[in-house]
Design a protein around this ligand. Structure first.
Ligand code: SAH
Length: 340
């Protein structure tokens, strides 16, 4: 496929390609609003989520041969809760890893950087606008609900071929496209391409192949790609029109895990999964930890158990959310992925 096509020159005045619209809307949204009023993420629902991911990182570090220093990177760290929970668990269970690791956060929103500094303490944390400035070193990378926030392009199949969706005054307009997409799609089919996510996966693939390491990506979307419109927006926990109020609503799209894995493989990495989040977390001992938290704080026991159910039950977040690992080929199968 080629994606090098420039902005359509026949576009009516003011029409904006969907990925450009989405990038602008997401940047404005994360800069100005507290996203956690609009949706709840796993690390905000249960502290056991970040703790289990921290222990996953510790086991991965051992499998890498305990490199020192090692980068512990998080992309899109939100309020910093996942990293805080992970670091606490790591310090307790594998202090050598805590000493060897350097925390690097990739975050574009100044407002969320402040929240992360408040939670983690600015000392010992390095922030990046983009993965491009991360040091060249062995790395363990975590990202929860990061890829879904990256901008997508959408193409819709017309009678004469594919047309690309643009946004004009809160509505879609479809313009001719020279992008090569599958020829055998039915009329009306929608094809989504997340170039930013594919570029990120290719970068990660090169990095872990060159310096060693692994990336654990958790997000929502189907295991196998296909046609369909997954663009969505949330406000105060309710779905809203994604084109309506740019910058005021959380706009995301499903992650095409098969395409992300393929991009990393093409760059030299090995992919494990995707595995349903519920299966992955249970294999990491998440339910045992949640039960322990419930026993430690009887007043919040019901809430702890309800949170654990929400993250793991197939009808809640346990199946739609998936875990994918992209790692260097010398590593053994990552914890949790033994029988994918
Ligand atoms: N991982 C957190 C937050 C998810 S929300 C959690 O699970 O709670 C998405 C996060 O990605 C926010 O921190 C947002 O500011 C960040 N983000 C969105 N687009 C980004 C980009 N292009 N580069 C870096 N960070 C981005």
């Amino acid at each position: 496929m080629t994606f090098a096509s420039p902005e359509n020159t026949d576009a009516p005045e003011g029409a904006e390609r969907l990925d450009h619209f989405m990038a602008r809307a997401a940047a404005a949204y994360y800069a100005a609003r507290d996203p956690f009023q609009d949706f709840a993420t796993s690390p905000e629902i249960s502290q056991a989520f970040g703790e289990c991911l921290g222990l996953w990182a510790a086991v991965t570090w051992q499998a890498m041969g305990r490199p020192d220093p090692v980068l512990l990177v998080e992309c899109g760290p939100g309020r910093g809760s996942l990293m805080a929970d992970a670091l606490r668990a790591i310090a307790e269970m594998m202090p050598d890893f805590r000493v060897a690791l350097q925390v690097h956060l990739v975050e574009t929103s100044p407002r969320l950087r402040e929240a992360q500094a408040a939670k983690l303490g600015a000392a010992g944390v390095t922030w990046h606008e983009d993965v491009g400035t991360l040091p060249e070193a062995p790395m363990i990378l975590l990202a929860n609900e990061f890829l879904d926030a990256l901008p997508i392009r959408q193409f819709i199949r017309g009678a004469d071929g594919w047309r690309e969706r643009h946004v004009l005054a809160g509505r879609f307009v479809e313009l001719n496209s020279d992008v090569a997409l599958p020829a055998d799609a039915p009329e009306g089919a929608v094809c989504e391409v997340n170039q930013a996510a594919l570029g990120f996966a290719a970068w990660l693939g090169v990095r872990v192949a060159r310096h060693g390491g692994a990336g654990l990506l958790i997000d929502y979307g189907p295991a196998e790609g296909g046609f369909g419109d997954s663009l969505q927006a949330m406000r105060a926990g309710q779905p809203v029109d994604p084109l309506s109020a740019a910058g005021e609503v959380d706009i995301t799209a499903h992650v095409d895990f098969a395409a992300v894995a393929a991009a990393a493989r093409a760059a030299g990495a090995v992919a494990h999964g995707p595995l349903p989040q519920g299966v992955f977390l249970q294999r990491l001992g998440f339910m045992t930890r949640a039960a322990m938290l419930a026993r430690l704080d009887p007043a919040r026991a019901q809430a702890q158990l309800a949170a654990a159910h929400r993250l793991t039950a197939p009808e809640a977040m346990g199946r739609l959310f998936k875990a994918l690992v992209l790692c260097d080929s010398s590593l053994p199968i990552p914890a949790g992925f033994e029988t994918a």
